[in-house]
Write a protein that binds this ligand. Sequence first.
Ligand SMILES: [Fe+2]
Length: 368
Amino acid sequence: MALLGLHPCQRFNLEELPNWSECQFNDGGTGPNEEAVNDIEGAFREALQSHSLLRFVKVYIARGRGILERSGRDPFVYAILGEGLSRMVGYFFVFIRHHRDSLSASGSAVTWQIEPSLLQRARAIADEVEKSGKEVSPYYKLSEDPPLDLWVRKNVRPVIESYVGSRAVAPHAHIRTVSAARFGPDWQHLYAANPNGYFHWDESCYSMPLIVYLDDVHLQDGPYSVVEGSDKWPRNFTIRAFTQAISCKLLVTNHFDAEYKQKIAALPRVFRGGEMVGAHLARAVLDEQPIRTMTGPAGTAVLSDGFSVVHAGGHPTTGRRRALFIAHRYPRKKLVDVYSRLGGLWWKLRVPPEKPRFAVNGASRRAM
Ligand SMILES: [Fe+2]
């Protein structure tokens, strides 16, 4: 059965990847599980149209219960389903406020060229960070850099607010300095099996950092890259919620070690994948996509929706990259987080976890 609206970067066929060949895969219940996912996804789309969540939650719980039973009430599956509902409730309360379908209608990233004079303070701090041998600067108070702060308010904030449909305030910032010579060994493993291995989605629906290059960035300096158009392609949000539940909450570990792979392989097929999509896809999937590599002179500024666009960057092959990252705060996010937690609680109330078993006179009995 075809899953509804699956994004090309959600077509996880891990059993076909050479570096997953040692794993034992579990394909039990695939057909009924995919049918359940399609029902959930259909109900989610209706909820976004009607702005009404109740029917979706009912469908999720009924269909999720079926997936859980078919797994033999696997506690890991139980946790994924609970976290998955929490995530989808969060998506709902973010998406219903969106004023348009994507951050930019004309591309997957918005770019500007900032005057070098506006970057003097940031570059001075980058020099200090580099001298200290560190990778990341302390918190960079944008309010102490009025010219740049004003530029962000005038140019970046309106683009973001007109997309998310709520206020973006008080940006915080930091500087990252990375070089192949200093940090290369820390990230080489990401590319060992697949040069596209670092392409990923960000966890937060509000992940829209502005990345400002403080020096010229060429191909070898780790330019930010996006899969052009990937923020506008259809996506299956149920599958996304499952992979987020696993990658961002329940199995936050090295995606390349054998233990991680076996845990993923042992899951029913609808849960198998990861937010680090490049590490969970055949190399050809991303090789066939239009990848836009954002090289540019100092002052190049790039804004994208990290939750929606498949992206990678920041790992120089031989050079270095120094960049200022500016991220806004979103007052509505606190409310979304509360609703999201209530979604997870809803699952636990409607589908209580198995009570632990204990032995009485040699017989296994369920706790009362
Ligand atoms: Fe990212």
